[in-house]
Ligand binder design. Structure first.
Ligand code: BMA
Length: 309
């Protein structure tokens, strides 16, 4: 199976007359709610600091955006940018997981952190425009690509994250405290043909999709050549540490000029896979420069994950 690029893709491009989004718009979180697609996307402009912009759409293809960013750096913990938003509606409120890129974490106890200035963060909103930053999730080495499940599992909130280039799950009772001693490894890089495409690093994408067969998870990986490709796996509904299926082959990889060349070459990087009327809308950053859209039917994705080698 291969995802199909939408003929109108890329669906969001840099705004050339804007100081904060004239260079790159990419890695968008997208949520479908009550007839509208809502997009929060990463943008870079004249100062190269990432901010998060907002756009809304009726069809998921044509977007109207706000003139000002909705999330901007606020202190030393995110002074180099707020990046890679992922959106979920959870118990009636909206949550964004995003990466803070800064100097060091200035939270409780003034602790410095070991993530090279990278902090996985959670924010909350009631309208998708005004966001309250709740704080970081479990801090670890080079930890990002964190995404919340859309419901509690076993009574607790659950989140995929990627310390040290492997996908782990963490749990919390309140979305603020994530116990480091209650993190569980799910999957890591593989080696050898035909799996070598994710041989160096793997990380989660958009919100896991709940199906009768398990959690359908789109994830990304890259190899020694740092070519980003996309894959699928299926996790057990009540014990998501149990990988039910993980086909060998990728389902999407860079092909178009604007995926092969841009700010960072050979990148298709996704933070969103909302399902609308049986179609998966797979939004992705092309070469860290534009927002692309590819689709597949949920049935085809399930058929692939359940039956492919
Ligand atoms: C990852 C993230 C993404 C980016 C990707 C490719 O580490 O920082 O924002 O799209 O690298 O450059």
């Amino acid at each position: 199976m291969e995802l199909i690029r939408h003929p109108s893709s890329p669906v969001l491009m840099p705004a050339l007359a804007s100081d904060w989004e004239c260079y790159n718009v990419f890695n968008a979180g997208v949520l479908y709610d009550r007839g509208l697609f809502h997009m929060c996307y990463r943008a870079q402009g004249l100062d190269w600091v990432s901010r998060i912009g907002y756009a809304v759409s009726v069809d998921g293809i044509h977007w109207n955006r706000l003139q000002q960013p909705i999330l901007t750096p606020a202190d030393a913990s995110d002074s180099r940018g707020v990046e890679d938003p992922r959106l979920v509606r959870l118990e009636g409120r909206y949550y964004m997981t995003y990466t803070a890129y800064g100097q060091r974490y200035l939270g409780e106890g003034e602790a410095t952190h070991s993530g090279g200035g990278i902090l996985p963060m959670v924010a909350r909103s009631d309208n998708l425009i005004n966001w309250e930053k709740l704080g970081p999730v479990v801090v670890g080495q080079d930890n990002k690509d964190h995404v919340l499940f859309p419901r509690r599992i076993g009574g607790r909130y659950a989140l995929l994250q990627r310390p040290n280039r492997n996908i782990w799950i963490a749990y919390s009772d309140d979305l603020r405290h994530w116990a480091a001693d209650d993190m569980h490894w799910i999957l890591g890089p593989r080696s050898g043909d035909p799996c070598a495409w994710d041989s160096v690093s793997v990380g989660g994408n958009g919100v896991p999709i709940e199906t009768d067969h398990g959690w359908l998870v789109f994830y990304h990986g890259y190899d020694e050549d740092r070519i980003y490709r996309q894959g699928l796996c299926l996790l057990d509904l009540e014990d998501p540490t149990r990988v039910i299926r993980r086909p060998h082959a990728p389902i999407f990889w860079p092909k178009e000029l604007w995926e092969l060349r841009g700010d960072v070459p050979n990148v298709v990087f996704s933070c969103a896979n909302p399902v609308v009327a049986g179609t998966v809308y797979f939004y992705y950053g092309g070469a860290d420069h534009v927002v692309g859209l590819a689709t597949c039917s949920l049935d085809d994705a399930l058929d692939f994950v359940l039956h492919a080698d």
